[in-house]
Design a protein around this ligand. Sequence first.
Ligand SMILES: Cc1cc2nc3c(=O)[nH]c(=O)nc-3n(C[C@H](O)[C@H](O)[C@H](O)COP(=O)(O)OP(=O)(O)OC[C@H]3O[C@@H](n4cnc5c(N)ncnc54)[C@H](O)[C@@H]3O)c2cc1C
Length: 459
Amino acid sequence: MSAPGVQTAVIGAGLAGLSAAVYLRRAGLTVRVYDPEPPGGKARTLELVPGWRIEWGPHSFTSRAYALFDLAEVLGIGDRAVRLTGAGARYLVRGGRLRGAPFGGAIRMGEGFGLLRGLFRRVEDVAGESVRAWVARRFGEAFAAGPLDAMMTGIWASDPATIEMEAAFPTVSALVRSEGTVFRALSELRRLTARLQAAGAARPAGTWGFPNGMGEVAEAARAYLGDDVLRPEAVTNLAFSSEGPGYDLTTERGVSSFQAVVVATEAPAAARLLAGLAPDAAAALGEVRYAPLAVAHWLARDAAFPRGFGYLSPANEEREVLGAIFVSDLYPDRAPPGYRAFATMIGGGRHPEDLDLHVDEVKRRLADEHLMLTGRPVAITGLHVVRHRHAVAPPALGHADRLARVHAGLPTGVFVAGSWCGAGAMDDAVRAGRAAALGIATGVHANSDPSLSLKSHVA
Ligand SMILES: Cc1cc2nc3c(=O)[nH]c(=O)nc-3n(C[C@H](O)[C@H](O)[C@H](O)COP(=O)(O)OP(=O)(O)OC[C@H]3O[C@@H](n4cnc5c(N)ncnc54)[C@H](O)[C@@H]3O)c2cc1C
C-alpha cells in the first residue's frame, strides 16, 4: 500500500530525523516520520517532579553549532537560545582536588610549558592521526594524558587515542595545515569567527542552551511538522518496493511505499534496517562504535561544589565517575527552590561495565566523590539515572573511509543521517539531516555529506 501523496519517509525522530523532515517540508515535499519514542531522540527534556527538569541527553551546545541555530531559526525559536552566563568556571580533577581551568591549577607547570611551546611549533602533519597522538606530538605527553584526556571525556566519553583528529576537529585541522602552527590557526579561526559575527551570521562565542531544555527544539519541530506527520511506530523492515520504483517500509501497522527514505536512527539500528537492501553500507555502519553512559541526575541542598559549568577527570585520576555538570548553575530554574541540580557522568568508553550499576552503588559513588573533592558530606535528596547504551559516537580512526563506504553502498533514494555521520554532536545530527533533505529535494543521490553528493552520484 503506498502512502498517498507522501514522498519521503524519515525513520527516527531524533535531531537528525526532525531536521531532515523540517527541511523537506520547507522545500515543499511531503514527509512522514516514524519513531516509537517521543520526538527529539536523545535531545529531550523531562520534568521529574515540579521544578526539577532534566535533560535526557545533551545540556548545551557551542556558538559554532551553526546548523542547530539555523534549524532553530526555521522553527521560529532562534531567539529562545540563550548564552549560558553561568558556564564560565570549569574545573578539572588534579591530584584528587578540583582545580580551575585553564590556569587555576588545572594545567600543571610542565604541561603549561608544553602547551606554550606547542602553540608556536611547526610539526609535520600526519593524515589519519588520533587526537591523542596529534596533541602529544605538539603539546607533550603529559598534556595529552591530563587536560586533553579530561576534555575528550567531556565531549565523547572516550579515549582520545581512538578518535581521529581530522574528523573530530575538521576546522582546526584544516587551519593548522594551511597556517603552519596552532597559534596562527587559532588566530585565523578567531578572525573568521569575528567576521561571521560582524555579518550577523554567528552568535557570540560561548556555551548556549534553551531555558526549558533541548526539548524546546523537538516541540517546535512537532508544531512545525504537525502531529499527523509524526507516527509513533517502529520500522521493522525496509525493502525495494514490490510495486515499482521506491521502497516498502514495514511497521506493526502494515506496509507503506515511499519514493525516498532517510534512515536517521543510531548506526546499529540503521545497519539492521539496511542489511537486506544495502549490505555493504550496513557492514560499514556496523563498524560505528558508541560509548555507553549512565547519567545520574541528582539534587542536594548542601552541595559544596564551587559554582560553574562542572568538572571532568582525566583517566589517570582513577575516579569512579567521569565528571559532572552543575546543571542549576547553568539553568537556575531547573532545580526546586533551595536545591542545586547536578548531572554526573558514569562509565563511558573508560568503564563500559558501569552502565548497569545498581542505583544504590551510583548513590554511594556520588556521595564519595563529593566528599573526596570538597571534604564535606552531602545529602542526596533526589536521584534519577538515565542509561544510554549508545550515548555518543566519537569519530573513530578511519571515520572518513567508513562514511564513504556507507554512502557508496546506498541505493538511489535512500539516505542516512545521524550525529554519527559527523563528530557525534547535536549540530552534526542536524547538519546530516539537512544534507539528506537537500539531496532529496535537489534529486542528488546520497547523502548526508554534501561534499560527497556534489562530487559524483548525480541521479
Ligand atoms: C548524556 C549525553 C550527553 C550529550 N551531550 C551533548 C552535548 O552537550 N552537546 C552535543 O552537541 N551533543 C551531546 N550529546 C550527543 C547528542 O545528544 C546526539 O549527538 C544527538 O542528539 C543525536 O541525534 P540523532 O538524531 O543522530 O540520534 P538520536 O537522538 O539517537 O535519534 C535516533 C532516533 O531513532 C529512533 N529509532 C531507532 N530505531 C528505530 C526504528 N527501527 N524505527 C523508528 N525509529 C527508530 C530512536 O528511537 C531515536 O529517537 C550527548 C548525548 C548524550 C547521550
